[in-house]
Design a protein around this ligand. Structure first.
Ligand SMILES: [Zn+2]
Length: 155
């Protein structure tokens, strides 16, 4: 049996946690502009685990799969998901942390005009989000997040 990675739907105030989950290549949608009723439908239809800090929402048995997040800090929130979230280095750098879309490899020659020259000179691997057009590389921000993850979970 192939274990599928769980998918999530998060409350808006868990936006920061959503970014961390995406960094780990988890499909983490944020429930923002849709009504709670629609959010439930989405979560159930797409078999997403609904994460919320709201006790009432977490208690609603209209949602198949849900979890109450207790912590305020996103690092502690991630630790609360330790039993369902696995951290592997190959997961990183696969999903846009802002759009929740998969990233695609892009040859560096194609984006030369779009990135700073020192970045072009220093890195060879670049990924593109086709939704927002952002280009990602394993620069200092990536390294800082990876270090932080290492401290939180086994990587
Ligand atoms: Zn994006």
């Amino acid at each position: 049996m192939v274990l599928r990675k769980p998918k999530f739907l998060l409350d808006e105030n868990l936006n920061r946690l959503a970014k961390w989950l995406r960094l780990l290549d988890y499909d983490a949608a944020v429930y923002k502009s849709i009504s709670f009723h629609n959010a439930i439908r989405v979560a159930n239809r797409e078999r997403r685990i609904f994460l919320t800090r709201d006790r009432n929402l977490a208690g609603s048995n209209l949602i198949f799969s849900r979890r109450l997040i207790m912590s305020v800090d996103h690092r502690d929130q991630l630790k609360e998901l330790n039993d369902i979230v696995t951290v592997k280095e190959e997961y990183l750098f696969s999903r846009c942390i802002l759009c929740n879309k998969r990233l695609f490899n892009i040859p560096k020659k194609k984006i030369k005009e779009l990135i700073p020259e020192f970045v072009y000179e220093s890195f060879d691997e670049f990924k593109l989000c086709r939704k927002c057009g952002r280009i990602f590389w394993k620069g200092s921000h990536y390294k800082a997040m990876k270090e932080e993850l290492k401290n939180l979970l086994t990587i």
